[in-house]
Design a protein around this ligand. Structure first.
Ligand code: AHR
Length: 522
């Protein structure tokens, strides 16, 4: 080899000088769609678990942490910016041990209890019905209250509904004595939570009757109209869905489902922040398997409810990793990286496709627990990479879904749980699109590939687009990038300019490991 050729060969073998690998993808977006993406698909969940409520949302009005009537200001603002549509409370497993009368009246008189599901922490009940429903009013979101079926009584559940929503009567009188004159509007009530597990270890045949009985006494008071949700299956428990649909469909408005991106329920679930490339791709494959899970439950529901009257309510979803070392056991505090951001984006893309049946989804959980939107420590707060996905995607709330076709590269991944051991094809590009009420079109694109840029051509012939108005990008230097209290802005949204229109086509170059949302105008 002559010296010149040797030099060139060496040059191209150096990793830092090698040209970036490139994928090419094609997308065709339909100009019209007929389905609105319900805002509730962007729902959240706050349980009395670890520091989700205490420290995360609520610090009490005497706290040195800046607050409005006890709600910390930084978190309040962050959640307002997300336009959160619905908030589920008080659990989770906590719901089936919660006795709502312990959480009303003067805070100092409220009895204490052991939070036996979550680390045995002493719960002082200072955050109760008033604090929750007032928070929903401040956020402008719908409350979704999970009733205690596992260890409560029918009377207790019935009186809670009356307390919250009746204008007159004994429970309304009690509420007024506690300082709230007007009833609140409460649309969503869940009749128990995971009634097959922490919510009472029931068989579906038994729970179906329990559900029928409890819901009978959840009355509509003073013009308030309840939307009643039966406790649903976890993962692929189709027998649960089948039984509930067969035995109780005429008594329900919605049936729930829980699906976590988790490697297994026993032993280590893996570190939230220290993982391999294989773990990264496995996680995204497992997260995308939610599509199959939704389809299979929907198929069962279709059999009994072909008109799709009953909503599928995915009221818990998200990543579940090992707890952050050094944090309190049972508090489920986990960090959040670029990998979690991809789980959020790819899951939301799936939800957009199934809103003929899927009417609500609540990521678990809003603060300091599992795949959180915010993490807090004392008076500090950080926004997680998942938060930024919800922020970027908020443009899709209430917009018209635009069906699309995608041609892109893929990778095979093996599932560890759910449909354990099965291979799944992980597309290297995730896409969703919608048209907002003002006519603007938003396209969100996720380049899952850790190494290759993706050059995407979007055929817009049905859309009549004239300009790319705005672009936002979320990425990192590594898949493990996260925001910490020391470095809160490591991962954040930045402007994205690498999109141009040419001959009715949109050409976008998406960097590796990036999520982009583009706004197009007519
Ligand atoms: O979100 C944490 C827990 O996960 C919930 O309390 C329970 O419903 C589920 O198992």
């Amino acid at each position: 080899m002559d010296i010149r050729r040797m030099f060139i060969a060496t040059l191209f073998s150096l990793p830092f000088l090698s040209p970036m690998a490139q994928e090419k993808s094609q997308i065709r977006i339909s100009g019209s769609g007929d389905r609105i993406i319900p805002r509730e698909i962007y729902g959240h969940f706050a349980e009395h678990l670890g520091t989700c409520i205490y420290g995360g949302l609520w610090v009490g009005e005497h706290s040195a942490i800046p607050n409005t009537g006890g709600y910390r200001n930084d978190v309040l603002q962050a959640l307002k910016d997300l336009k959160i549509p619905v908030l589920r409370w008080p659990g989770g497993c906590f719901a089936d041990e919660y006795h709502w009368k312990d959480g009303i009246g003067r805070a100092e008189d409220r009895p204490r209890m052991v939070n036996s599901n979550w680390g045995g922490t002493i719960e002082d009940n200072s955050f109760g019905t008033h604090e929750f429903l007032n928070l929903c009013e401040l956020l402008g979101c719908e409350p979704y209250v999970a009733l205690n079926v596992g260890s409560g009584t029918v009377q207790e559940a019935a009186q809670w509904v009356e307390y919250m929503t009746a204008a007159d009567g004994p429970m309304a009188k009690l509420r007024k004595q506690n300082g709230r004159e007007k009833p609140w509007r409460v649309k969503y009530v869940g009749v128990g939570n995971e009634s097959w597990g922490c919510g009472g270890s029931m068989r579906p045949e038994y729970y179906a009757d329990v559900y029928r009985r409890y819901q009978t006494y959840c009355r509509n008071y003073s013009g308030n109209q309840l939307f009643k949700i039966a406790s649903g299956a976890g993962d692929y428990n189709l027998h649960w869905t089948e039984t509930l649909m067969r035995e109780a469909r005429y008594q329900m408005n919605g049936l729930s489902l829980h699906y976590y991106t988790v490697s297994g329920w026993s032993g280590s679930k893996g570190s939230a922040t220290d993982f391999s490339v294989e773990d990264y791709y496995w996680t995204l494959g497992k997260c995308l398997d939610i599509e199959n899970c939704i389809r299979e439950h929907s198929k069962v529901m279709d059999k009994y409810d072909p008109e799709k009257r009953i909503a599928l309510i995915l009221d818990e979803w998200g990543t579940w990793w090992d707890e952050e070392p050094g944090t309190i056991g049972g508090h489920l505090f986990q960090q959040n990286t670029i990998r979690d951001a991809f789980v959020a984006a790819l899951s939301l893309n799936v939800f957009h496709k199934y809103t003929d049946r899927l009417k609500m989804a609540n990521i678990a959980q809003v603060a300091n627990v599992l795949q959180s939107m915010v993490l807090t420590k004392g008076d500090k707060m950080v926004l997680t990479p998942s938060y930024y996905v919800f922020k970027m995607y908020s443009v899709h709330q209430g917009a018209t879904y635009l069906p699309l076709e995608v041609q892109c590269g893929s990778r095979q991944v093996r599932l560890h749980m759910g449909k354990d051991g099965e291979q799944r094809t992980l597309p290297l590009l995730g896409v969703t699109a919608s048209r907002a009420q003002d006519g603007k079109v938003h396209i969100s694109l996720s380049n899952v590939d850790l190494e290759s840029e993706n050059e995407v051509t979007v055929d817009l012939s049905g859309l009549n687009v004239s300009a790319v108005v705005d672009g936002q990008l979320l990425t990192g230097e590594s898949m493990m990038d996260k925001n910490t209290f020391e470095h809160p802005d490591k991962v954040k949204l930045v402007a994205f300019k690498d999109a141009k229109l040419s001959d009715g086509k949109l050409l976008v170059k998406i960097p590796p490991m990036s999520i982009v949302t583009l706004q197009l105008s007519m």
